[in-house]
Design a protein around this ligand. Structure first.
Ligand code: B12
Length: 225
């Protein structure tokens, strides 16, 4: 067991060091030794946080953030991770329209949320990154989802998220959908400011909230803590 725990720590370290080859090899190895794919992604996340800290202290540059993103994306594509996301349910429990808001091109967290939604039986329409408020409104009107999910990693996405919801309010369509916003920086207060129904700092909490909505007709801000 110690060996397994050591490997987990090593994976975090390989991500931190941006050692693509070793990180992928070890991620594969941990999967074949039975690690839960979600736990693997949490380890990857820990590594990403360390990369973020090194960027903040100016020890890493933008190219390093790009590299970290590429490593994470390759792990998401590993067979066992992919299968985990896509093979658990066939029945559609609901439809979610999802995108990263205007001004933000981070998509790893959004993609994890999408994968987990799909693994839980949701159909997801993914609009990608840097999505304008007009696109969210147009696509929601076109696809008639149950839930609209807004992703944002940069702290200043709070305003962009609010603008999306305001766009729906102005069009008189806000009450037709449930709105969930997601990202590390979000709190109950920012969620209320944005006007969303709820928020999540991680993908699994987000999925639980969405499942809860599909099982109930209740409306109003949901505190998720
Ligand atoms: C990789 C990375 C990049 C890559 C992104 C690649 C990609 N394809 O996404 C690139 C190189 C493009 C990038 C660019 C920039 N980045 Co960057 N980046 C990162 C880094 C290292 C990791 C982000 C990541 O993928 N994390 C892993 C995922 C899994 O976590 P997550 O996104 O938080 O997602 C989870 C939750 O938030 C949640 N979630 C996410 N979305 C949603 C949606 C819903 C609906 C729900 C329910 C849940 C949910 O679920 C996810 C899983 O649990 C972070 C550091 C960090 N600590 O996060 C910096 C970081 C986010 N970046 C930062 C910065 C400053 C930038 C740049 C401005 C740099 C620059 N000077 O150009 C640009 C911004 C470009 C833009 N306009 O968006 C800062 C942000 C600071 C801030 N407070 O706003 C950070 C925190 C680094 C730092 N410490 O300074 N970056």
């Amino acid at each position: 067991m110690k060996d397994f725990d050591d490997k987990k720590k090593l994976l975090i370290n390989y991500v931190k060091q941006l050692d693509e080859e070793k990180a992928l090899e070890l991620a594969n190895q941990l999967l074949s030794e039975g690690i839960d794919p979600m736990e693997l992604l949490e380890l990857m996340n820990e590594g990403m946080n360390l990369v973020g800290e090194l960027y903040q202290t100016k020890d890493y540059y933008i190219a390093d953030l790009i590299m970290a993103g590429l490593i994470f994306k390759q792990v998401l594509e590993l067979d066992k991770v992919n299968t985990h996301f896509h093979s658990r349910f066939n029945k559609k429990v609901g439809k979610v329209l999802l995108g990263t808001v205007k001004g933000d091109i981070h998509d790893i967290g959004k993609d994890i949320f999408r994968g987990m939604l799909e693994a839980n039986g949701f159909e997801v329409i993914d609009l990608g990154v840097d999505v304008s408020k007009e696109s969210f409104l147009k696509k929601a009107d076109e696809h008639k989802p149950d839930i609209v999910g807004l992703s944002g990693v940069l702290t200043n996405t709070v305003e962009a998220m609010k603008e999306v919801i305001d766009e729906f309010i102005n069009a008189g369509l806000k009450e037709n959908f449930k709105f969930i916003v997601g990202g590390n920086h979000l709190t109950v207060d920012t969620c209320r400011y944005i006007g969303a129904d709820s928020f999540a700092n991680d993908a699994s909490t987000g999925v639980k909230l969405c499942r809860g909505w599909m099982n109930s007709t209740e409306r109003g801000v949901t505190d998720n803590d």
